[in-house]
Design a protein around this ligand. Structure first.
Ligand code: ADE
Length: 232
């Protein structure tokens, strides 16, 4: 039996999803709110985690271990690294890495700790489905590597370093931590982001201006993904 988690980090990222679901039940758990609904006969649990790796880890774990979700879709915004990604463009994560995980002092690569991995792969089946969704919607969606860290990047130099070190196309603050949780608990996951800024000196202004519109673009796509996942 399917129970699908739909996650964002900020209220703006899940508001358009809740709007589409219509009626839902709100449950408080572990200092957060979880919104449970039935959509096309399937149970879904929606939540925004709050920003960053720790809160997103807590929320993803809760959705899986407490609410029993067995698939996870993430919707939100990101800073673009790859210059081909403009504000409003969509990126589907093929794999994710933590750019601020650093024990290089012990000879390990950035993003690596013993018994971990630099990258966590997203679910290939859902990535393939996203191509169908994109073509159904007449949209282009770029696949790429997403780098995650507890840092709003508003600096060209840092952005370029993340791009070069992880071969990353976009950056944000939750994807890789959600990926680690889902991977450890054997839950297929899909991470989608719409670009809100270019992680440069204008990033905070661009973010404030485009958070809502880009969040809606991502949420609309994730809802179509949900339809496809349910239909499977
Ligand atoms: N999410 C959206 N834009 C971002 C940025 N510039 N840095 C980190 N997370 C982001």
């Amino acid at each position: 039996m399917k129970k699908i988690a739909i996650m964002g980090a900020m209220p703006e990222e899940v508001a358009p999803i809740l709007e589409k679901l219509g009626e839902y039940k709100t449950t408080k758990y572990a200092d957060n709110e979880y919104y449970e609904a039935t959509y096309k006969g399937v149970e879904v649990v929606v939540a925004y985690s709050k920003i960053g790796k720790v809160f997103s880890t807590l929320t993803a774990s809760t959705m899986i271990q407490h609410f029993g979700c067995d698939k996870l879709l993430f919707s939100g915004v990101a800073g673009g690294i790859n210059p081909s990604l403009k504000v409003g463009d969509l990126i589907v994560a093929t794999k994710l890495s933590q750019h601020d995980l650093d024990i290089t002092a012990f000879g390990h690569p950035f993003g690596f700790v013993p018994e971990g991995a630099v990258y966590v792969d997203a679910d290939k089946e859902m990535i393939a489905m996203s191509k169908e969704v994109a073509s159904d919607m007449g949209k282009t969606v770029q696949e790429g590597i997403i780098a995650t860290g507890d840092q709003f990047v508003a600096n060209e130099e840092r952005k370029n370093w993340i791009g070069e070190t992880f071969n990353a196309d976009a950056l944000e603050m939750e994807g890789a931590s959600v990926a680690v949780v889902c991977n450890a608990l054997d839950v297929p996951f899909f991470i989608l982001r719409a670009i809100s800024d270019a992680a440069d000196m204008d990033a905070s202004f661009s973010f404030d201006e485009f958070l809502e519109t880009s969040a809606i673009i991502s949420a609309e796509f994730v809802m179509k993904m949900l339809d496809k996942v349910i239909a499977k």
